[in-house]
Design a protein around this ligand. Sequence first.
Ligand code: PMP
Length: 397
Amino acid sequence: MFESLEMTHPDPILTLSEHFMNDTNPRKVDLGIGLYKDKYGDTPVMESVRIAESFVVDSAMDKIYKGSSGLDGFCDVISWLLFRERSSLIENGRVLSIQTIGGTGAVRLAAEFLKQIDPDKGVWVSDPTWGNHIDIFLHLGMKVSCYPYQSGGGGLNFPIMLESIRKIPEGDVIILHGCGHNPTGYDLSKCQWHAVLEVVKERGLFPVIDMAYHGLANGLCDDIYCVELFSDHLDEMFVAYSCSKNFGLYRDRVGALVVLGKNRDSCVKAKLHLSRLARVSISSPAIHGALIVSEILSSPELNRVWVEELSRMSLRVKFARGMLIKEACKQGCDDAFRNVSNGVGLFSLIPVGREDVDVLREEFCIYMLDSGRINLSGVNDDNVGYIVSSIKALLGK
Ligand code: PMP
């Protein structure tokens, strides 16, 4: 049976990481996979996580199944994290969360739910976007189209973006990056979010806000501006929340699909359907990481430790951005790093072609995605000069 399969390719991001691990050159630089790295290039377990995890392990009485919607305590703290300033929405039963396998699981569950409601619904993603947005919806047989976001490798082209969104057929689904846009690092200003909201209302679009970098762009409060704004003016939306980056729980696979509904009844109904969809795909989610997050967010002391750690991480990424730009200016090639100066969060796109990326990897041992996306947290004092001089040498060729 397997002989009849067509050849397919392994995931490029995960493969890139493997190649990096196997590279023996001491100068190698990893700007590829989206992990937060400290100034030593490590991704250590966060202190708040370490403390919460040891408590979780020591106090475990059993490891019995939880329901398909996951750990109630976790769902509640995630709803609260996003909607604490809109607590009446929670009190009125208009917000409910369901635990998922990371942010990917949240997008996937959202996709299955939306397909169940209307398989012909169009889905609109930014161009460019995180590749899995496209793959997940396509895999389910939905029609995926793009609205322009970054024009010609340059800055955010907001007027064109807005114009295109205005042409999306009524009732379609729009995927928006809540903060730390992957891969461009360009986030919308508050004013631009208002303009998008107006068009979303006008066209009756259903927003799925992907929130994979909460706290790592402009801080915990500012990063959820669009979630709060949209919840003030819309009846319904989804937020696909990931705890991978901001809790450093990558492989524990913790996330949530947060539902905003018109009223308590419709939210309960939506949650029941989502739970059924979860039941037939994963039965019930893994609880360990969710217990850790729930412990951190419900203990004032641990919460304080986590907030401080996260803000240090976010500052370090900002610092790495600044360092790269400064070095580029020093070496007289700031033009190649123009996008870096305007972005926030972990990522930026640099204007290199597919072949340049291969040369950077093969000749310079600098690893980045084929699109030219770099992870800024991979930049540090030791490698910044080498990164800039290598890219300069390549582009000057
Ligand atoms: N959305 C975006 C935009 C992402 O960049 C990522 C992670 N790369 C995810 C969702 C999924 O994250 P997780 O690892 O939690 O599945």
